[in-house]
Design a protein around this ligand. Structure first.
Ligand SMILES: NC(=O)c1ccc[n+]([C@@H]2O[C@H](COP(=O)([O-])OP(=O)(O)OC[C@H]3O[C@@H](n4cnc5c(N)ncnc54)[C@H](OP(=O)(O)O)[C@@H]3O)[C@@H](O)[C@H]2O)c1
Length: 393
């Protein structure tokens, strides 16, 4: 039985969207209600919507979204969530449980700003206005260029809109979907292991294993935290990596990144990567910007690039790197096999500038984590800045 709830006093309700509380969130796209006017009932319903959202697929082109429809008295009328590409959005799923006209005057509580575009399904903004919804309460803005603007469109249609309720929780759930939606590509982490003198391989090409067991286990754990793992065909041919995420005993971790191989040369039929739990994706165009869009379209939101030097250099040159992870082994190798090739700059002022976000001893090795100074990470107040790793998928 849903708890009964009384709406806030009129004086509070009418005050909610007033311009004196306007806060620019994303190019002045929406107004945020003052905390005092966000009722406990909306917050409670939003928590439930977040729980519903988590039932949707975590690895998909589309976000996990949940929705609760409240009557004017605050009773739960319907619930819904998004089950993945091609299925109803959470709002439509919830409304579909109601008889025609039953949503009139209701409050729709939804974890993501209702979409404003026609994709495989119609715009949620239209469905909500057509259903006569009086108020929409949402958690996170939708940064997708094609879907954004839902709040403004609802307001223009006379629907009261309150944004930002449990925003942080929603953004934690959405994770790198938000980054990919905003930037049109996965979040990219470059990882390599090298000697102190920055060699990724010995003169004969051998590079397995430059670092010790602890660093390797750490690297595997991070593999499992990304949607996809990438190497160039040069690494496939030289090292025959399995590109799986494994524990210290060699057992497969629960989460396996999709293997992606860049290059025009063919992956040998007996290569270890062909036995990966996921079918390998090959990228042959030598156009990283378009490759990144394609990976995003496949639902890949985070990409862990493990080399080799040619591919890493190409990513840096293309400007699509958000994080650099370097494991440094206490070795001096000398020779020609530098971890990174020619990046373009010929003078110090033009160097690719990074800042360290972590430096740690890891077994016998050292791990450096750095972000490009001009990276997209953290540049938007709407995007979480909590490092590469999120688990629980
Ligand atoms: N220490 C480490 O962390 C580490 C990691 C990996 C590898 N390695 C070592 O690195 C060596 C292999 O180095 P590598 O540089 O040849 O390997 P790589 O970077 O894995 O492969 C390079 C190849 O990738 C293809 N490619 C696809 N798209 C590209 C793009 N946009 N830009 C550039 N290349 C693209 C090209 O092949 P096509 O010409 O066929 O298109 C290119 O020749 C081996 O010795 C391996 O052991 C070390």
């Amino acid at each position: 039985m849903a708890a009964r709830w009384c709406p806030p006093p009129t004086s509070v309700r009418t005050a909610i969207p007033g311009p004196e509380w306007t806060r620019t969130m994303d190019g002045d796209r929406h107004r945020e209600a003052p905390a005092a006017a966000v009722t406990a009932r909306y917050t409670e319903a939003m928590r439930r919507a977040l729980t519903l959202a988590a039932r949707g697929p975590a690895r998909s082109e589309n976000p996990q979204v949940g929705c609760v429809v409240l009557s004017p008295l605050g009773e739960t009328l319907a619930e819904g969530w998004h089950r993945g590409v091609g299925t109803a959005h959470a709002e439509a799923d919830a409304l579909a449980h109601l008889a025609p006209g039953a949503a009139a005057g209701s409050t729709v509580v939804v974890t993501l700003e209702p979409c404003n575009h026609t994709g495989r399904t119609g715009p949620c903004t239209e469905a909500l206005s057509a259903a006569g919804v009086a108020r929409v309460v949402y958690a996170s803005d939708d940064p997708s260029p094609n879907a954004a603007g839902g709040a403004a469109r609802l307001r223009a249609a006379g629907v009261e809109v309150i944004g930002g309720v449990l925003r942080e929780e929603a953004q934690t759930l959405l994770g790198e979907w938000l980054f990919a939606a905003q930037h049109g590509r996965p979040r990219v982490t470059l990882k390599w292991a090298m000697s102190i003198d920055a060699r990724a391989a010995a003169a004969d090409g051998t590079s397995q294993w430059i670092t010790g067991n602890t660093a390797r286990t750490d690297g595997h754990r991070r593999r499992g935290q990304h949607d996809a793992i990438a190497v160039g065909i040069g690494t496939i041919l030289a090292d025959d990596p399995a590109l799986t995420a494994r524990d210290e005993r060699g057992a497969l971790l629960d989460e396996q990144p999709i293997p992606v191989v860049f290059g025009t040369r063919t992956v040998p039929a007996n290569a270890a990567v062909t036995r990966h739990p996921h079918r390998p994706v090959t990228m042959t165009g030598h156009d990283l910007l378009s490759d990144m869009s394609e990976l995003k379209a496949r639902g890949i939101r985070s990409l862990y690039v493990e080399g080799g030097p040619r591919l890493q250099t190409a990513f840096l040159r293309a400007g699509v790197v958000d994080e650099v992870l370097v494991y440094i082994a206490p070795l001096l190798l000398g020779g020609p096999n530098l971890a990174i090739g020619d990046l373009g700059p010929t003078t110090l002022d033009e160097a690719f500038a990074l800042e360290f976000v972590r430096v740690e001893r890891i077994g016998t090795d050292v791990l450096l984590i750095a972000h490009p100074r001009s990276a997209a990470i953290g540049s938007s107040p709407d995007i979480p800045t909590t490092g590469p790793a999120r688990k629980g998928r």
